[in-house]
Design a protein around this ligand. Structure first.
Ligand SMILES: [Zn+2]
Length: 130
């Protein structure tokens, strides 16, 4: 079942709030206004590109996880607008609304997420402890 318009509105609001939270944190840290970063479509369509090439100079103010998060948020907001939101990028099925409400930026359903995580562990080993 697709998400309701009420859930749609709530998810959009939460994404915008998360985006603001990240920007505010960066603004606090650099003591000024957070610079805008490249739109998420830039990364979504060029997944083969090396990481370094898609980072604009403004992103130097952002920690890696913040850049990633903002791209995820922007991507999710874009999908909310264009109608692709809540569809698993791996299998094309609808993602459970409860999952979207829990983590608005998810792009995969639970089975695909688990599969990807298993594959990632096999390819890269366990994630680094920072
Ligand atoms: Zn899936």
């Amino acid at each position: 079942m697709p998400i309701s318009s009420q859930q749609h509105a709530e998810i959009e609001q939460r994404l915008r709030q998360s985006r603001k939270d990240v920007m505010d944190a960066v603004a606090d840290r650099i003591g000024g206004e957070a610079p805008s970063i490249a739109p998420a479509t830039h990364t979504a369509q060029n997944e083969d590109m090396p990481q370094a090439e898609m980072i604009s100079h403004n992103e130097e103010h952002y920690a890696d996880h913040e850049t990633t998060l903002l791209h995820e948020i922007d991507g999710a907001l874009g999908r909310l607008e264009t109608g692709g939101y809540g569809i698993c990028v791996e299998c094309g099925r609808e993602i459970a609304p409860e999952r979207l409400m829990a983590t608005p930026t998810v792009q995969t359903c639970i089975p695909c997420q688990e599969m990807l995580e298993r594959e990632q562990r096999r390819v890269n080993g366990p994630p680094p402890q920072i």
